[in-house]
Design a protein around this ligand. Structure first.
Ligand SMILES: NC(=O)c1ccc[n+]([C@@H]2O[C@H](COP(=O)([O-])OP(=O)(O)OC[C@H]3O[C@@H](n4cnc5c(N)ncnc54)[C@H](OP(=O)(O)O)[C@@H]3O)[C@@H](O)[C@H]2O)c1
Length: 296
């Protein structure tokens, strides 16, 4: 297996790079500067130059609130670019693994979403990602689209790191407690994507759309409480969190109240399940403090 990873400087891209290095998987890593999804010439050159057996697209426009004002940029990175990538990969006869989001759903379902549930994005980001999914399906038969959710890890920026920053400086703050989802560690997601990549080598029956997210669900408040509890062991700080509502904390983009994903199909086809989110959260907090000790 020979991978081409796009979006190599994002939180998922860096995790994939680290995991491929540990596993000794031949991987070409392309940052946005090296391969911009808005640039068809760069996409084709990246594929021709690296001759991968499979492509993993970890690149995306992920600023959910800013997207409301930057719809053109979101559309380019999340739909038009992936469509060009799908075309270039199909022309080269190379399968494509693409990552999508729980925000393709509107949150009105009372239980966890399965792959066949109707999509209904609430904001520009979700709309652009959903359009990207459709474009890929219509262009490239040999695709795997993996919808995931609430992504965090040791690399890049994410909710967990924001909570750690707040814990370092504040006695307390409010966190919304009426949106529920599955916090997903990049380490789990990277494992899952590699398992999917490996399975596609020599197996033409598993193409399609899947859900893969952290095991168990939480509100943002519950996720934050776990992060804050985990950091206390390293900092001795015990900030107090207040449960708030979406109405208390208005954001430019509307978000689904329930975006839980049912990951059973992925587990049955690819044999991978994420760790319980609480375990992964503690692992990531530990790894971040270990890194800081190493630097200090
Ligand atoms: N983060 C989440 O909570 C979340 C939730 C559900 C699904 N997902 C999906 O999971 C995947 C990975 O997300 P992530 O959290 O790793 O995102 P991330 O940390 O924001 O990384 C995305 C990377 O893509 C790059 N990028 C943006 N526009 C690009 C373009 N036009 N061409 C090439 N690269 C471009 C970004 O570069 P710059 O930094 O230079 O812009 C960044 O390095 C994405 O498909 C995302 O939609 C994420």
């Amino acid at each position: 297996m020979k991978l081409l990873v796009l979006g190599a400087q994002g939180q998922l891209g860096q995790e994939l790079a680290a995991l491929c290095a540990v596993r000794g998987i031949a991987t070409t890593l392309m940052t946005r500067r090296q391969c911009d999804l808005a640039n068809p010439g760069q996409i084709r050159a990246a594929i021709e130059g690296s001759s991968p057996s499979i492509i993993v697209n970890a690149a995306a426009y992920t600023k959910v609130d800013q997207a409301e004002k930057e719809a053109g940029l979101a559309q380019l990175a999340n739909c038009d670019g992936p469509a060009m990538l799908a075309q270039a990969s199909a022309d080269a006869g190379i399968p494509l693994i693409h990552v999508s989001t729980d925000y393709v759903f509107d949150g009105s379902k009372p239980s966890a979403y399965v792959e066949t549930d109707p999509v209904m994005p609430l904001g520009v980001y979700g709309l652009s990602k959903e359009a990207g999914e459709r474009a890929i399906r219509s262009i490239q038969d040999r695709h795997i689209i993996v919808r995931t959710a609430w992504v965090y890890g040791v690399y890049g920026r994410n909710f967990l790191k924001t909570m750690l920053d707040l814990a370092a400086t504040r006695e307390g703050w409010g966190v919304v407690n009426d949106q529920v989802g599955n916090p997903t560690g990049t380490a789990d997601l990277a494992e899952a994507l590699l398992a999917a990549a490996e399975k596609t080598s020599g197996n033409d029956t598993c193409w399609g759309t899947y859900h893969f997210a952290g095991q168990g669900d939480a509100t943002w408040f519950e996720f934050a409480e776990e992060i804050v509890a985990a950091q206390a062991a390293f900092t001795g700080k015990h900030p107090v969190l207040k449960a708030t509502t979406t109405e208390d904390y208005p954001t430019p983009a509307r978000r689904p109240r329930n975006s839980r994903l049912n990951s059973d199909l992925f587990a049955s086809v690819f044999g991978v399940r994420a760790l319980p989110w609480q375990t992964r959260t503690r692992n990531v907090v530990e790894a971040i403090f270990a890194q800081r000790r190493g630097r200090g």
